[in-house]
Design a protein around this ligand. Sequence first.
Ligand code: GLN
Length: 546
Amino acid sequence: MKKNNSKYIFVVGGVMSSVGKGVVASSLGNILQGKGYRVANIKADMYVNIDAGTIRPAEHGEVFVGEDGIEADQDLGNYERFTGQICTRDNYITTGQVYQEVIRRERNLEYGGEDVEVYPDIPKEIIRRIEQCQQKNNSEITIVEYGGTIGEYQVLPFLEAARMMKSKNPKDVAVVMVSYLPIPKILGEQKSKPTQYAIISLNSAGLSPDFIICRSEIPASLSIKRTISTICSIPEDRVISAPDVYSIYDAPINFDDQKLGENLLKVLGLKPKRTDMKEWRALSKKIKNIKKEVTIGIVGKYFNFKNAKDTYISVIESVYHASWAEGVKPNVLWLDSEKYEKDAKLLSELDGLDGIIVPGGFGNRGVEGMILAADYARRKKIPYFGLCLGVQIMTIAYARNVLGLKDANSTEMNADTPHPVIATMADQVEKIKNKNYGATMRLGVYDCVLGEGTIAKAAYDQSKVSERSRHRYEVNPKYIPDLEKAGLVFSGKSPDGILMEIAELSLKDHPFCLGTQFHPEFKSRPLAPHPLFSAFIQACVGKAKN
Ligand code: GLN
């Protein structure tokens, strides 16, 4: 089972989910990389879905698109942002994938006449996938994050996989439990009992934590660290305090300060090859000293649930990265487009913004409000950045208000529109007709050729770029000549010239009105902002100055 003497770290959740397990797993990747190790991060989700592509954004949060087109959990975005390592389908496991493969093999008589059992065949397939990711990335340390919390029914085969790996090679596997220390209002102090129960539950799966990360609003007190260390039979320095931080990019620094990296390496029988977090620490310091604000409104529709930030996380992070590089602090506002449909006078609130983003989305709801906002931004010369659905909205608004095609629309929103300026790509027609929705969009990286003398070309400073897509609809080729004649510039195209990848207005007409059919937000990094986000923020800062 063991390959290349590589090491594995399992990150599991105790007490409750949504306390930042993904940031912990990403931070581990970051600090171990800083100590000179090649790392890979894996997310294992417990749901039966094959991927995240069919889950409602308001239910699941952002669907992150990997380089190879995998539609994955948003944690893969954090992995990429914290480690710079490109994620593909090898970095993402779901219960659905595991069962699908085991059943496929059974149908092919690959189990040699044996009966196929949940135990051990399911954990074995989980292990095969983890090791496959390790091999493809040639990682020295592979960090595997389990979604949800221990104690959930569906996590058992995954815990068993970790137990099997650890029992075979105890020195090569470490377990990190991310816990939560609640502070009941009535007591005003941190309580460790839920963590203790979580440990018992992990023990009953045959595992014990090597490290406990104590998430809480405030640092873990010394006495609570002592209690937890006694209960877990681990030294106190393996109980890590993880209070809320100013920015998520402070998390690796907080862990490094507590020597989590060194101690993890020690548990795995390794030594740091170097220590380097200079640039990361400099960024963290810089962020805290920025005073000047830039106000960006996100005109979207997936705000009606627990955490709107999760739905647009890569977009928001990209705004942060670019803003910090420009020396400004972003103030991001959520603007529900549906309100503009009910009362167009409310659009005047956009005057107070330095820039507007219309992000990705699906279906009819809220689209008319987005079109109104895009047209308002064009007329009032407010910097506008459209991402995927956002470029379609910009094109529809332009067709309606500049070309005069009154009922122009996307066929996604109105199949009978007299002016389908946005329509299904040719290869999508059959798929939609047959309800073949899973993993059938235009997904993953595609090349895009940039036009001379355009904002896009100046921003990238390259002639050809490759970006990640996730969509079914495109600018309808029939309308391209008229749109161009009316002043819309298609500054990025597929190499065969058929698909319009970027649309923009010329600088003489607008300070920044640009939309991309792809999703640039998936490629922005804290230390390397995406060029188009940088160009957008520069225009916003320009407006803020005027
Ligand atoms: N719904 C649009 C399409 O499928 C836009 C998709 C998106 O924003 N990701 O083309």
